[in-house]
Design a protein around this ligand. Structure first.
Ligand code: G3H
Ligand code: 13P
Ligand code: ZN
Length: 312
């Protein structure tokens, strides 16, 4: 099927109360693995590319890969720009076939975040493209951080309401204590799950959880067995992700877990097969590994079997 808008996918997830995985891709291997996992699971899926991914792969080649894989897939696939900060990149994505963009103004003061987001909403909506925006700052909450300092970073529900009313964005990324990458917490994870419900009450829109990778111990150990040095890796427990979805998260961003699985597999193959020369023999097991991670996430987020029940 043709690429669909992210709004179509997220509005269904919001109406039926489940989460959709948004997986970062840079290349054919990741896109193919994720879309294959989604097709087998009858799950809608979001493929997202960062500005870094676009500069690595090239905007048009990346769109061509994802679009043609989506056309062969039996499930809805959206193509989304993750953390768009450059006006030119955002416009390029809209012009070249992305069905959704994120304008990330979360580092800006409220009024400036509203202004840049509103401008992108105007342009994107005229082209039928979905807009995700963000309010609050992604940062792991540590035990030793004072309550006032925590609250300054996390999304404020009333501010979120005003932001959505003033911008007209379609989905809202919220800060509840997660952060990007493999080292999210030094001590025990502290997440403001209850805050998701309080934001949802005010905002009603699909909410987005960035920095949602679990950094599961077995993924880390697989890599470290073959020489990776990922010390201090710690992610979001599965039950916290499930609770966040129950409270109103509908888009769950995953990059790190896929990176861990892919690199661990490459290390294992290189260690066990010194005679290997065909790069495909290196990439095929790595793709199988990330496909499994994506499939596990779709089960965890409860998106399995949902594609065939979506409105036509
Ligand atoms: O949120 C960031 C994503 O993990 C993408 O990372 O900018 O290295 O492509 P990247
Ligand atoms: P992770 O680093 O936890 O996978 O988060 C990815 C993300 O939020 C991409 O926008
Ligand atoms: Zn992110």
């Amino acid at each position: 099927m043709s690429l669909v808008s992210m709004k179509y996918i997220l509005d269904d997830a919001n109406a039926r109360g489940y989460g959709v995985g948004a997986f970062n891709v840079n290349d054919l291997e990741f896109a193919k693995a994720v879309i294959a996992a989604a097709s087998e699971a009858d799950s809608p899926v979001i493929i997202q590319a960062s500005e870094g991914a676009i500069s690595y792969a090239g905007l048009q080649p990346l769109v061509a890969i994802v679009r043609s894989l989506a056309e062969q897939a039996s499930v809805p696939v959206a193509l989304h720009l993750d953390h768009g900060k450059s006006f030119d990149v955002i416009i390029g994505c809209i012009r070249h076939g992305f069905t959704s963009v994120m304008i990330d103004g979360s580092h800006l003061p409220f009024a400036e975040n509203v202004a840049v987001t509103r401008k992108i909403v105007e342009i994107a909506h005229a082209a039928g493209v979905t807009v995700e925006a963000e309010i609050g700052r992604l940062a792991g909450i540590e035990d030793n951080v004072a309550v006032a300092e925590r609250e300054a970073l996390l999304t404020d529900p009333m501010e979120a309401k005003a932001f959505v009313e003033q911008t007209g964005c379609d989905a809202l990324a919220v800060a509840i204590g997660t952060s990007h990458g493999p080292r999210k917490f030094k001590g025990e994870p502290i997440l403001a799950i209850d805050l998701v419900a309080r934001i949802k009450e005010q905002v009603k829109l699909p909410l987005v959880l960035h920095g949602a990778s679990g950094v599961l111990a077995d993924l880390v150990q697989n890599g470290e067995r073959y020489g990776a040095r990922w010390g201090g890796a710690k992610g979001i427990p599965d039950d916290a992700v499930v609770a966040a979805i129950k409270n109103g998260i509908n888009k769950v961003n995953i990059d790190t877990d896929m990176r861990l699985a892919f690199v661990a597999s490459i290390r294992e193959t290189l260690a066990n097969r010194p005679e290997l020369l065909d790069p495909r023999d290196l990439l095929k097991p790595a793709m199988a590994s990330i496909k499994q991670v994506a499939a596990n996430k779709m089960k965890l987020f409860d998106s399995v079997g949902k594609a065939s029940g979506m409105p036509r």
